[in-house]
Design a protein around this ligand. Structure first.
Ligand code: NAP
Length: 244
């Protein structure tokens, strides 16, 4: 049976793997959730939108005779990763994940670890500050509970609906970001604290270097629990794993 791959994407690493798969002439489909208005074009046939939970994914895998799923979603896309784990388990479809190690604090970092978004919100209790929220739009409403702050929101798209935060500014920008740009952003907005997820990888790492240089505290949201699966840390190694 020839391999037919489903690549669950939405990350820089997934785009790298898509390029390699296309170069190999692999029979593969790239899947986007559909969160971003104009997602990056991929060199593979692309589908957009949720599958409809585990049952929907099982149906998709069957209908498209998928033999392998590569989960290259963001480490915070835990729902998708668990769905893939369960659906592949039900059908005996091979599953592996393209993952990136979590960021680790180094000397000079002032990180406060929190478990989740609610923990990040709670950590902001207190006097008004200028907060860089480097989080997706879906996470913003939770911060209404701390309305005293001025929030600088860095988002991929201009929001359709104004974020529900009384004092905020939206900066539309798509990574990868660099140190000079992130340092300038923090300085020009007079940032007191940075809130972000422990995404890992290089595309969004510059803000941590900038915060360290400027001596700013970082509220670091730790990763959610992910399913047990083969984890591979480079796109090239995924090809090897797949025998391509
Ligand atoms: N979470 C983040 O911080 C973050 C950051 C950067 C990029 N992303 C990317 O954004 C997408 C959505 O992330 P999320 O955190 O909202 O995911 P999530 O909470 O784990 O997933 C929620 C639902 O969205 C659908 N979905 C997620 N990823 C999908 C994909 N690649 N293809 C098709 N459907 C997908 C699934 O819907 P059904 O149940 O209907 O199948 C899933 O159950 C992912 O592709 C992820 O890689 C996420």
């Amino acid at each position: 049976m020839t391999a037919k791959l489903l690549l669950l994407g939405g990350t820089t690493e997934a785009s790298q793997l898509a390029r390699l798969l296309a170069d190999q002439g692999a029979d593969a489909v790239y899947s986007y959730a559909g969160r971003v208005a104009s997602p990056k074009a991929q060199p593979l046939p692309t589908r957009v939108g949720g599958f409809g939970g585990v049952a929907g994914l099982v149906q998709y895998l069957r209908e498209h005779s998928i033999t392998h799923v590569v989960d290259a979603t963001h480490p915070f896309a835990a729902q998708m990763s668990w769905n893939a784990y369960e659906a592949c388990g039900q059908l005996g479809v091979a599953l592996c994940a393209l993952t990136r190690p979590a960021w680790q604090a180094v000397e000079g970092d002032r990180w406060q670890h929190v478990e989740d978004i609610q923990g990040a919100v709670a950590s902001l209790q207190g006097v008004p500050k200028r907060v860089l929220l480097a989080l997706g739009k879906l996470n913003l409403p939770a911060f209404v509970a701390q309305p005293q702050h001025h929030y600088v929101l860095r988002l991929v798209d201009t929001p359709d609906v104004a974020p529900p935060l009384p004092h905020h500014i939206v900066i539309v920008a798509r990574g990868p970001f660099d140190l000079a740009g992130d340092r300038a952003l923090m300085q020009s907005h007079d940032i007191d604290v940075v809130v972000c997820k422990n995404a890992g990888g290089i595309g969004a790492e510059a803000k941590l270097h900038a915060a360290r240089e400027l001596g700013l505290p970082v509220v670091m949201i730790d990763r959610p629990a992910l399913p047990p699966r083969s984890e591979i840390s480079s796109a090239e190694a995924v090809l090897q794993h797949l025998g391509l």
